[in-house]
Design a protein around this ligand. Sequence first.
Ligand code: FBP
Length: 550
Amino acid sequence: MTMTKSPLQIARAAYQPKMPVALQGNVSLKEGAKTQSVADQEEILKLFPNTYGMPVIEFEPTSEATTVAAFNVGVILSGGQAPGGHNVICGLFDALKRINPENKLYGFLGGPSGLVDGKYAELTADVIDEYRNTGGFDIIGSGRTKLEETEQFDKGIKVCQELGIKAIVIIGGDDSNTNACVLAEYYLQKNCGIQVIGCPKTIDGDLKNEMIETSFGFDTACKTFAELIGNIQRDANSAKKYWHFIRLMGRSASHIALECALQAQPNVCLISEEVEAKSMTLNEVVEQIVEVIVARANAGLNFGTILIPEGLIEFIPAMRVLIQELNDMLAENEEFAALEGDDAKREYVKSKLTAASCDLYRSLPKGIAKQLTLDRDPHGNVMVSQIETEKLLIEMVQKRLAQLKATGTYKGKFAALNHFFGYEGRCAMPSNFDADYCYSLGNTAAHLIAAGKTGYMALVKNLTKPASEWVAGGVPVTMMMNMERRHGKMKPVIQKALVDLNGAPFKYLAAHRADWADPQLSYIYPGPIQYYGPSEVCDQPTRTLMLEQA
Ligand code: FBP
């Protein structure tokens, strides 16, 4: 007999996510005061006249049951995978059925384009049961199509009307939730009766603010990477012959690198936001690494671990200027796209850059320079996941160590290995935290819809407390917005949360990193995510969240 599921998969299918008390029965709704956007209030108000200023909402338990007429909902998974996405959909489905067993849930296939192209599938109980507490987004697939044209919005209305859909739930990161808000505003203007609710997804951890404590997926992804880093540290400490340069996903923000450092205590962890605050050059970053390598070599230890956030390169001021120039130059540039061959493209780029950026561009290894000019994502972001910063750093560190060797300052041996962790964690089986959090987010989205809300993001907070004490509700998306330059134009977007250098997680790293670099080893080996066992082993949120809320 062939096995179709592992024993753990079977056990997880039966796991019942823990939920806040307020979501366990009937809910009533409490509205707070009017809200404002985090910045650029006048511009955001002008762009979102119908959804600006709405109050924050909290759900409270009530003994009164309300009867809600049956309605249909469509759900979209948008952007990069994050553990727990399936549980948002399961939570949404279960709550919709509790609200009215006649309610139906449709999944739009392959991301936002599924809505526009009318590609969908009904998510019935049989389908949902296959995906409970599983990683991945394969239940309906995901995509990065940007919903921004009114033509797309109008096609969406038609599809929703055909299916009797009264609300769309968009599960995505900052850019996707920005689009959700634009869509909500447009549908209100058109008075077409379609609500739009967002859910905070991304392993990057950069969709958080005063209201949203963390995005889902960050917990599981970091725990998965931290396990791998711990394993590498144990290997390094056993073989004693390699320096491991480990780049970690996270786009611009260094939250993942920071969280992994807090969990595994590597010898070096670079934080892009600090590099920017100190206006460090690439050479200074290299020097910071070299100092640790030399000190450890002097103690006879020619091995160690270095964590590098994938967005590092964008935070080196001169590189940032170069990337900005490249972004503006590449935006809708058909002339560049038509060029054939790397040399022609390189010459074209050089001819368009300012003198300082051109010098920097020329000084980079050709491979890295090329990676900087690869296609932007649909939101105009440079795809930092494709820039192999860890290899660039290895090359530069190697050169610097050779110089130090020549002067007799460094007597060690340097052999380096490079790693890039991202895809390894994005679809991991969700931790109990993410399984519970996501299921609650899905439930919350259903209640926001039943309450007739639109332009809101589902909110579940108090996350360092036991799940029963979490607080659920909704936060208007406009509250998180500011104006930023995208594709060469100013656009309203949700403000990204970068690592706060005055925040407790970074301060902890800053206070301890000298000990972690020290030849006296202080590696932690976190081990794999545990799903069954004592709560302190299985249900703990990230160190970031615990330090932020301590
Ligand atoms: P989201 O912002 O869509 O959640 O993306 C997360 C992420 O994993 C980033 O960390 C990474 O830079 C990017 O996706 C990689 O994108 P792709 O999956 O398109 O290679």
